[in-house]
Design a binder for this molecule. Structure first.
Ligand code: ADP
Ligand code: MG
Length: 394
């Protein structure tokens, strides 16, 4: 499974531990609208404190592009974290420099500080060596618990590991264990459900899953590119005209491998892209001119739910329709409910899919919901994530 060392493999008592977390939470006028990312990091922070470490947390927030942006300071995060931990969390004014060194020197075992937004410095995303050295200079051990940024080689995810022994946090470990298990040793049959916006975003994932899954169920906007590639008229549906050859070759590849590649049989179409658009259910071969596919139809939803009920593993990435509009959320809900009710190992990847599951109140009934949208996609493509590769092997 995961062959990386974790915080369980190192002695952190009395040590200064630099922990890269993903506290990139959504903010509305300085208020945190969803604190899931902070709560996901708690197990690692709690465990490090329990072991008597001095915990130095670092994260990015938003896209300040290398400048100080006051609306992207981490103070609200420190406040929320402090409430969740039931312990003070001192927010420092920067992530490097003499003030940080002084504050860290004053820390006692079990204390927690939060550095300022890493991306206020352009050197962070440039993976600058001097900046990485400066980050490392206040710590004895490095922990990466930010799976969501592990696909980026930045100073705080990769550069810093040249200067400190580097291990995975508990959230990082959990992500690696679940995601690598579905690629390496899935309980079969292994059903992959792919939807969302674009085929082009998910080509790599489809390619890799074609060598591992037993069945692919396709939904969302990307299904219209495949349907068009089969010669069907898709009306005004989203369709990547320049990806038709590619779509055809992916379907041929599936056929050659005898992997079931299922497209919708029926769809919900609308006369325009709007919440209150006129809509009806039609067979995929009968999308009216000027109408667009917004969701999989009820027949397809039932068929997909049956497959999910009999699966050993289900990996889902990408909503089945425009679930943000209630009239077009049924297909996505049917898949989410079938997964919630299935005995299969159920994994959700992709930011919008995770949001849908959350919104539908089914999150607790999934085996694992990945915290990393882009990172989980790259992992499922079979790529080695730089932030993971940089950690010590067991
Ligand atoms: P994820 O973040 O889970 O990987 P994507 O970002 O690929 O998913 O796609 C999610 C978006 O796709 C949603 O905003 C949803 O509204 C949109 N979408 C799904 N089906 C359709 C469709 N038929 N037409 C237009 N947009 C769609
Ligand atoms: Mg998305």
């Amino acid at each position: 499974m995961s062959n990386k060392k974790t915080i369980r493999d190192v002695d952190v008592r009395g040590k200064r531990v630099f922990v890269r977390v993903d506290f990139n939470v959504p903010l509305d006028d300085g208020r945190i609208t969803d604190d899931r990312r902070i709560r996901e990091a708690l197990p690692t922070i709690v465990e490090l404190r329990r072991q008597g470490a001095r915990v130095i947390l670092a994260s990015h927030l938003g896209r300040p592009d290398g400048k100080v942006v006051s609306g992207l300071r981490l103070d609200p995060v420190a406040g929320r974290l402090s409430e969740l931990l039931g312990a003070p969390v001192r927010k420092l004014p920067d992530c490097v420099g003499p003030e940080v060194a002084r504050a860290v020197a004053e820390m006692r075992d079990g204390d927690v500080v939060l550095l300022e937004n890493l991306r206020f410095h352009p050197e962070e995303e440039a993976n600058d060596e001097q900046f990485a050295r400066a980050l490392a200079s206040v710590a004895d051990v490095y922990v990466n618990d930010a799976f969501g940024t592990a696909h980026r080689a930045h100073a705080s995810t990769v550069g810093i590991t040249r200067f400190l022994p580097a291990v995975a946090g508990l959230l990082m470990e959990k992500e690696l264990v679940y995601l690598s298990r579905i690629l390496e040793d899935p309980r079969r049959p292994f059903v992959a459900i792919l939807g969302g916006k674009k085929v082009s975003d998910k080509i790599g994932v489809i390619r890799n899953l074609l060598t591992r899954a037993d069945m692919l169920l396709i939904g969302g906007a990307m299904s219209y590119t495949f349907l068009r590639a089969k010669g069907l008229n898709v009306g005004a549906s989203l369709c990547e005209e320049d990806k038709l050859d590619l779509a055809r070759s992916l379907m041929d590849d599936a056929a050659g491998r005898r992997i079931a590649f299922r497209l919708p049989d029926d769809v919900v179409v609308a006369d325009r892209f709007a919440e209150d658009a006129a809509h009806r259910v039609v067979a995929v071969g009968a999308i009216p001119q000027g109408w667009m596919g917004m969701d999989i139809g009820p027949q397809t939803a039932t068929a997909y739910a049956d497959v999910i009920a009999r699966a050993g593993t289900v990996m889902w990435n990408g909503p089945m329709g425009v679930f943000e509009f209630p009239a077009f959320a049924d297909g996505t809900r049917a898949v989410a409910e079938a997964m919630a009710g299935s005995k299969a190992v159920t994994i959700v990847g992709g930011g919008d899919s995770a949001a849908a599951v959350q919104q539908m109140g089914l999150a607790d009934r999934m085996t694992h919901i990945s915290t990393g949208g882009g990172a989980s996609l790259e992992f499922l493509e079979g790529k080695e994530l730089p932030g993971v590769a940089a950690l010590l092997d067991r």
